[in-house]
Design a protein around this ligand. Structure first.
Ligand SMILES: [Zn+2]
Length: 215
């Protein structure tokens, strides 16, 4: 079991997708799990809808319960935690859950990028409103300027990519998620990857780290 974390805009989602495609990792992402649970119309799902409808953050105990369900279901598999845990509380619960199931995390990888670079990347990010494909004018440009490669729709900028919002999300990351660095250092499973290179280079580095920790 492997954990990948890092600030918004670092390219974490892309790497998580590559790992699940090429290395057959089963991905646990909080967003996907929340959507699935809501769609299942379970009691928990209905509770989640209440939080989302009020624009409130879904509490840690619910997120941890979803993670726990997922781990029990997939415990024999290669799990990749993508953007979970988001804070120390969730991380501690995860450690306990894994211990109970006689499992353990092999490595917690932080993708790192300087704040100025993150802001620059997010400024250059566009997405296709038709098929949701994400582009970046600097790191991953469309073949034809401002047009989606797949469906030829005009690309748009996401609202939350405004600089103020980006800075706020980075602040939340610093405050809430950054403490995971020390937490996983103390468990001796922390690794850091500089995310300045191309997607392919970053993927190679991440794969290398995972192999070194799982053999
Ligand atoms: Zn498209």
């Amino acid at each position: 079991m492997v954990l990948l974390f890092g600030p918004p805009g670092v390219g974490k989602g892309t790497q998580a997708d590559l790992l699940s495609k090429r290395d057959k990792f089963i991905k646990f992402s909080t967003g996907d799990m929340l959507r699935e649970e809501v769609a299942s119309k379970s009691d928990l799902g209905n509770e989640i809808v209440d939080y989302l409808n009020h624009g409130a953050l879904v509490p840690d105990n619910i997120i941890s319960a979803l993670a726990s369900q997922f781990i029990e279901k997939h415990k024999a598999d290669h799990i990749l935690f993508d953007g979970f845990p988001r804070n120390l509380n969730q991380a501690q619960t995860l450690t306990k859950d894994l211990k109970r199931l006689l499992l353990s995390l092999k490595v917690a990888i932080e993708m790192h990028l300087d704040e100025t670079e993150i802001i620059e990347r997010l400024r250059n990010r566009r997405y296709c409103p038709q098929c949701n494909k994400i582009y970046n004018y600097v790191t991953n440009p469309p073949r034809q300027e401002q047009v989606c490669d797949i469906c030829k729709t005009a690309l748009v900028k996401r609202n939350d990519d405004d600089e103020k919002v980006i800075r706020k999300r980075l602040d939340v990351y610093e405050k809430e998620t950054r403490p995971l660095v020390d937490y996983y250092k103390s468990h001796r499973i922390y690794e850091r990857v500089e995310a300045t290179d191309s997607q392919e280079e970053v993927f190679k580095k991440i794969s290398h780290i995972i192999n070194a920790h799982t053999d």
